[in-house]
Ligand binder design. Structure first.
Ligand SMILES: C[S@@+](CC[C@H](N)C(=O)[O-])C[C@H]1O[C@@H](n2cnc3c(N)ncnc32)[C@H](O)[C@@H]1O
Length: 240
């Protein structure tokens, strides 16, 4: 997958993708990320890319022409253009999975008051990272890059995906690492029992419990197995 990010703050993107799993995925050729400085696409003095809003109003708006030039240069037949925006559909793991099958994304980062509305003629999808307002589209772009990189084949083991929150419509079970005991804080006994069947059953139970207590809305859309239904009844009784 190739992701082009168009921004007036390229360093913000570079510094994040230059570390850890994303850096490795890039150097292994699993994902290509190009950071495009919008200021290189303006013909105005001082690399100006923003101006005041027609009709009045507070703040500055990023201009249409520099974005248009980037798009004309980089858009191909298989390109999907994404606009991070609080007006967009809320990002979910399902949406990430859908986007992960795309070959080429261009992510347009707004800033200040956003981008001149003529950009809508080129946008395939507006995506929101939640019902709140950020200063720019860089964090949402990084959220997309991060979530999509993890889903790219060969970046993580299959097992990591299988057991993650949301994958099976449930939150993930809690996990622990060494030491087994620290100042009286202990790891659940079952996890050090060596009994894999017991561990698997406990994880199923505790994942259901976490979901029931923290995100009961997820259970409304999940098709529960008979075993899960029985476990859920136990959990409900325990709570009462
Ligand atoms: C200050 S916001 C502009 C908000 C816009 N004036 C409005 O009220 O809808 C600047 C930029 O940050 C990004 N942004 C802010 N909040 C966001 C959110 N919740 N999801 C995705 N992008 C967001 C968008 O790229 C937006 O163009």
């Amino acid at each position: 997958m190739k992701i082009d990010v168009v921004t007036i703050f390229p360093n913000l993107i570079d510094s994040y993708v230059g570390e850890s799993i994303i850096k490795r995925a890039m150097s292994d050729g699993k994902i290509e990320i190009n950071v495009i400085n919008l200021r290189h696409y303006t013909d105005l003095k001082h690399h100006q890319v923003d101006d005041t809003v027609y009709g009045g109003g507070a703040g500055m708006l990023l201009m249409f022409p520099p974005f248009h030039r980037v798009l004309k240069e980089r858009m191909k037949e298989n390109t999907k253009v994404i606009l991070p925006s609080p007006k967009g559909k809320k990002l979910t793991q399902e949406k990430l999975k859908e986007l992960a099958s795309e070959e080429h994304l261009i992510v347009l980062c707004g800033h200040y008051e956003g981008i001149d509305a003529r950009i809508e003629h080129f946008v395939d999808e507006e995506i929101s990272v939640g019902d709140y307002i950020l200063t720019g589209g860089e964090l949402p772009a990084l959220i997309l890059i991060d979530g999509l990189t993890r889903l790219t084949e060969g970046v993580l083991s299959e097992k990591s995906h299988e057991e993650e929150s949301f994958t099976e419509g449930l939150l993930e079970y809690p996990q622990y690492t060494k030491p087994q005991e620290y100042e009286g804080f202990t790891v659940p006994e079952v996890l050090v029992s060596g009994n894999h069947e017991k561990i698997s059953k406990w994880r199923k139970y505790i994942a259901l419990k976490e979901t029931y207590l923290k995100r009961p809305d997820l259970l409304k859309t999940k098709d529960l197995t008979l075993e899960e239904k029985e476990l859920l009844e136990i959990i409900k009784k325990e709570k009462d």
